[in-house]
Design a protein around this ligand. Sequence first.
Ligand code: HEC
Length: 274
Amino acid sequence: MAEQPGLIKSIIKKGVVGAIVGAILVGAAKALAFPPVFQVMFFAYALLGTVVFILLDAPPVKPISGLKALVVLLVFYIVLSGVYIGGASLWPQYDPEDEKGKIEKLLKAKRAATEQGKAEELLARAKALSEKADAIMQRLQAVGGSTVGEGPAGADSAKPSGAPVAAGDLVGLGRQQWDLQECYNCHKLEGKGGKKRGPEMDNIGNLMKPEELKEKILEPRSWMAEGFEKEYEKKKMPDKYKELMEEKEVDALVAFLSTLKNTSVNTPKPVKKK
Ligand code: HEC
């Protein structure tokens, strides 16, 4: 038994090395922001490695054979399995219900946001509809006098009741169509709109006759603004107004456009296409 003191010394030495390696691993794991569970696990791995290293120095075991060997092997498996199962059940458990609760909490905020978005969209749609209703009321008043009953609050901008459809009314209705059909999205007018970069409209009344304007609105392929070849090719101007607008609405819009004669704005020249 001359190696006994050597063995104890080696155990102490390897134990110290194992503890240092474990501490380094925990420090590194902390620096890399690993959760505490992982830090503990890394330390446990270092300890496991130490044990294996120490076992390398252990004195050889007497060889066992026969039934005894079988029993020892079985006991070894049972102990190992016990350690694994016991250890695993001591580990923090993840309850699916718990996780579902956390996810639900995250989603709730998101869902609330989209609900609000929907409400805003509905409000915007309601506003557009009420504007359209106002426009129709005004038109009815312009055409049929004051027989419509009590008009909307803003109706006093229309001509005195009973008057025939005067040019002024038509132009006013046409301006409403400009807003309702959202022409301003692409066409700048009086310095406003035109975000989607179509031609400025301020001088279109000098460049296109009413019939030509009507043609362009109902059939955007019929005319092309000079310098807007690319946009024309891409069919940027929508081809939907002949479905969306009534004849009278188009006429009003054309009447309005015909009044736009501001020569200081460089509205491009229209070119007849087909
Ligand atoms: C999505 C963008 C877009 C919308 C919306 C739009 N346009 Fe256009 N429009 C264009 C573009 C781009 C051009 C230039 C290319 C072309 O002529 O097709 C153009 C050209 C025109 C022209 C010819 C201008 C010129 O100087 O030759 C007229 C007139 C016109 N639009 C009227 C309207 C009216 C009225 C509306 C609303 C009912 C409208 N546009 C809606 C994009 C649009």
